[in-house]
Every structure is written in C-alpha cells, then in structure tokens.
Design a protein around this ligand. Structure first.
Ligand code: 13P
Length: 341
C-alpha cells in the first residue's frame, strides 16, 4: 500500500470548491428515478443520461472532484466509443466505483439490514483499478425506529465497512466509508444525533481495529437532521451546529475529508446545510458533498429522456454543482439560486 498516494487522492476528492457526484444508482434505483420522469430504464437510456452528466464541461471541470459509478457504467462506452471512465478522467475528475452488493435482512434483528459484498471483493477491486477506479464506496444502512437500531446491527455493519476499507487500501483504492443513518421516520434531530454518534464511534473503532489508515479514506456520513415525518423540523443553523459538533467528537483529524450524502433532503436544504457548516470553521478536515439526488433531480427533470434537452440537462446539473461547490467554501447565498432560474 502506498499511503502517500492514497492520501493524495483522498485530499483531491474533498478539494475546496469541489465535491463528488454519486451516480452509482443500482439498476433498481435508477429505474425509480427514470419512472418519475417517464423514461424507460434501458441500458442505452442509462448510458445516454450518464454521458450527458459526464460531458457537462463546466460542472465536471470546476465543481466535481470525483464520480461514483455503478458496475454497469464503469464498463460502458459513450456513443462515440470512448469509455465513460475516460470522459471522467479527461474532465479532470477521478473515477470511483460502488462495490457493495446491497443489503439483506439481518438475521435475529427484525427490520434491520446488513450490507453484503465482501466475497471475492479483492478480485473485483483489482479489475476496477485496472479500468481506472481510484476510489470506492460501500454503504451501510441504519434505520431509526421503535427499538432500533440494535447494537448488533451497528456493529456488524461497522465490521463490514472496515473489512471493505482494508481490502480497498490493500488494492490501492481510497475507500469511501458510508454508514448512513436514514432520515425516514418521525424521530427528532437529537435522536438522529445520538444514533449517528453511536454509529460513527463504532465505525472508527472497527476501522482502527482492522488497521485501516485513516489518512487514506473519506467518510460519507448523514447530517444530523430531523426525521422526515417529525413534526418539528430543525433549522438550517441547528443542523449545521449539531452536525459539526457530532463530527468533531467522532471523526479524527487524520481523516482528510468528509463528503455528505443528501439522503432525501431537498436540493436547497442540502446546499444550505453544507454552506452553514462552513460558517462554523475552521474545520479539521475537508468538508464537502457526495450527493446523488440533490445533484441529479434537477438535470433528470430537465432532460426527461429527450436528446433535444441535453443542453438544458447539462445547464441544470452545472447549476447545482456550482451551488454546492460554493457551499463547500461557505460562499453560497440563496439569491444565487433565483438568478439562475
Ligand atoms: P443521496 O445523496 O441521494 O443520498 O445519494 C448519495 C449516495 O451515494 C447514497 O449512498
């Protein structure tokens, strides 16, 4: 393992003004997104859509540091035969790959899930590295509800995250470690804070126990937010203050960067929250976005599967990428949103 190189890549992934595009929706998830815009989820349409994003010059060269791909996409070529991975590299962004194989019910723990995909992972990582991937992602899912999460679910998921991270580093790939505490449910922000605190502490304990080099990884956490169905929604300032307090308590300064998931927040909330956190600096790590929905909802709508809408889709993507790029430096203002509309 070359830790200097892993650290260089992890640091580039969270460079100020830039963040990560999570375009790693599984075939099931992208079908849901396409259903919402009336587009059939064929291999060709998935390719055309992602090619549109990766050819968005302004977004990709100025605001996107890396792209998380799904297995199908990393092997696909653009319409003109150029591998999609090459398009990403040519834009200056780093290609990455989702390597978990989704979730399964956790035995003995009703309603809870464990992420799978460790079998043969070392071999898969080697193939992805040869294709150009320099970082990877593994997502664990922790739900909040009555009597859950159990310590069992937290600890098996943390164990698997650390196993994955160690395998990545041995393969010279930067692991994005993503323990996602879901925001579905009616819990308040303090319950989210308390559960995320337990999850992050357990995750770092496992990472240390399995000798993962913290300097060569990126953390992808949820923010401390109110559950979607909670009657009392926390303000932007409260989310920012509690999230930073939580991360300072749980994430060692040796970690080069933290890149948030959006998790179902609206585009505007995801941007405003990240921006507000940067007002609370200085921070010990890079802090940016690794958004899926909060970067792609607008371009998906603008594109709607029509070739004549590609430029509009790229404009919508560039706008959200720019807004989040500014938020990653604390330089976003809500007035910038209206101007672009
Ligand atoms: P969202 O930003 O839509 O939550 O997606 C990010 C991601 O990669 C979740 O695993």
């Amino acid at each position: 393992m070359n830790l200097t190189e892993l650290n260089r890549i992890a640091t580039a992934m969270v460079a100020p003004g830039k963040g990560i595009l999570a375009a790693d929706e599984s075939s099931g998830t992208i079908k849901k997104r396409f259903d919402a815009i009336g587009v059939e989820s064929t291999e060709g349409n998935r390719r055309d859509y992602r090619e549109m994003l990766f050819r968005s010059k302004e977004a990709m060269s100025q605001y996107i540091s890396g792209v998380i791909l799904y297995d199908e996409t990393i092997w696909q070529d653009a319409k003109d035969g150029t591998p999609l991975v090459k398009l990403i590299e040519q834009s200056g962004a780093i290609p990455g790959i989702k390597v978990d194989e989704g979730t399964q019910p956790l035995p003995m723990c009703p309603g809870e899930l464990v992420t799978v995909g460790l079998d043969k992972l070392a071999e898969r990582l080697k193939k992805y590295y040869d294709r150009g991937a320099r970082f990877a992602k593994w997502r664990a899912v922790i739900d909040i509800g009555s009597g859950i999460p159990s310590m069992t679910a937290i600890s098996v998921n943390a164990h698997a995250l650390a196993r994955y991270a160690a395998l990545c580093q041995a393969a010279q790939i930067v692991p994005i470690v993503e323990p996602e505490v879901l925001m579905d449910g009616d819990h308040d922000i303090d319950r989210c804070f308390e559960v995320t605190n337990r999850v992050l502490n357990e995750t770092f304990q496992e990472l240390r126990a399995q000798r993962v080099a913290l300097e060569g990884m990126v953390l992808k956490p949820n923010m401390a937010v109110s559950g979607k169905k909670c009657a009392k929604q926390a303000s932007v300032e409260e989310v920012a203050e509690k999230t930073i307090r939580l991360l300072k308590a749980c994430v060692p300064a040796a970690v080069p960067g933290i890149a948030f998931l959006s998790g179902g927040q609206s585009d505007a909330e995801a941007t405003a929250h990240l921006n507000a956190m940067h007002k609370l600096g200085p921070l010990p790590w890079g802090l940016t976005f690794s958004y899926g929905r909060a970067l792609q909802a607008a371009p998906q709508k603008a594109w709607s599967g029509k070739a004549e809408n590609v430029a509009a889709g790229q404009r919508a993507f560039s706008h959200r990428a720019r807004m989040n790029g500014l938020a990653s430096k604390g330089e976003w203002q809500s007035s910038l949103e209206q101007k672009a509309a």
